[in-house]
Design a protein around this ligand. Sequence first.
Ligand code: ADP
Ligand code: MG
Length: 483
Amino acid sequence: MQWETVIGLEIHVQLSTRSKIFSAAATAYGAEANRQACAVDLGLPGVLPVINAGVIKKAVKFGLAVNAEIAEHFVFARKNYFYPDLPKGYQISQLELPIVGYGQIAIRLDDGSNRIIGITRAHLEEDAGKSLHEDFHNMTGIDLNRAGTPLLEIVSEPDLRNAQEAVAYMKKIHTLVRYLGISDGNMQEGSFRCDANISIRAKGDTKLGTRAEIKNLNSFRFVEQAILHEIDRQIDILESGNKVVQETRLYDPDKNETRAMRSKEEANDYRYFPDPDLLPVELSRDDIESIRTELPELPDAKRQRFIKAFNLSEYDSSNLTISRELADYFEATVQASGGEAKLSANWIMGDLSAALNKENKDITKSPVTANALGGMIKRIKDNTISGKIAKQIFEDMWNGEGDADTIIEVRGLKQVSDSGLIEKLVDEVIAANPDQVEQFRSSPGEKQGKLIGFFVGQIMKKTQGKANPQQVNALLNKKLTAG
Ligand code: ADP
Ligand code: MG
């Protein structure tokens, strides 16, 4: 039997407003417990929620970016359930008339192919508080700072077919919300997390199989692992002649397994109804169009532009446009280097990325500015330094020893391109190593390439690596073969 996997993701994006979705309390992360929950967040009697206009604007930006229908009329609903971190006894969400309707987004797979994924809807809701189990012996602590934090829940169509596609989709949405400036996307702080719905069906079937929903995945790696594991679990069940039950499951990264939380039968009936405390919201076409004018250049457009304007490969361009900050850094580097796009791309994705990763820094915290990197690349291009010496200079710049020109000057790293001097050194090395010269001359051509390395090495030693490698190679070749 051939199986097919079907996946739909519900991504929860925390919108980066300063105040909450229905109150003026602050949303900043990391405050002392229960210092950022006001009477509205607690649902105390006599208070009324008021919608935060900034939240609406951010949701509309997302909708426009995925070519979705934006509702000109939408309402909020109460989703009723009981839990200690939900003091009102209901969560304000949206059910029938969400702010963002059907849209689409393109994802790119590792083999370079593209797929269009449908977005069913995106709706606004408030987050709940947090239950704290550590630090409280035999008790549960409740922190309501997060209660009322604005969330945009983005629901995909069941269009994803494997873990790789699900991760590519999630990364694409992550990049997009950060470009739009509607969320910081911080996954460690829970600002970007998802529930993965997974089912299996016989290949060729058009009816969906029974799904399990894995809750609260907060890293790309966990999404991938949880899905891979869940696919195996469900196929095992089906192949042994049993049926998958519809249920909610939790992923345990330590054990790399999922386990049941609650089944469909015990699932809550949320008794949704329109929230009588909140008026329906009307958005005019003009409101929507005016928000459209504030959209930045989006990731796909930037990627295409980089390919054209800088003659980059699709691969380089995808990597460099993964965040707006990285793309800006790249453009500034190219500018400072005098237009060296390919070298700039290589340095940024190579040495710079490696150094940033090693110290767990992001590009905005790079000790080497775009200006400094571009300045160094300029010196590679005009042959003042070789690529090898550049690596040393990059390290010095990283360690705060100034810009490339200063380091070249102070350390005397200027490349030796004086052909008279290089010729003299080549003659010296040839004269001093008659055995190696003999070996070179008696070897077949394809072996000589390797043997020449010995002579190059001698000359580099004499010049502390500063001799222009192209000149050295050319002269050595000429003199050794001439003899
Ligand atoms: P609920 O709100 O009860 O979780 P929805 O119908 O809104 O259910 O679906 C939530 C998510 O589950 C969507 O992303 C949808 O694409 C996905 N989904 C629904 N049915 C299936 C299925 N049989 N297999 C995989 N994903 C599914
Ligand atoms: Mg769900």
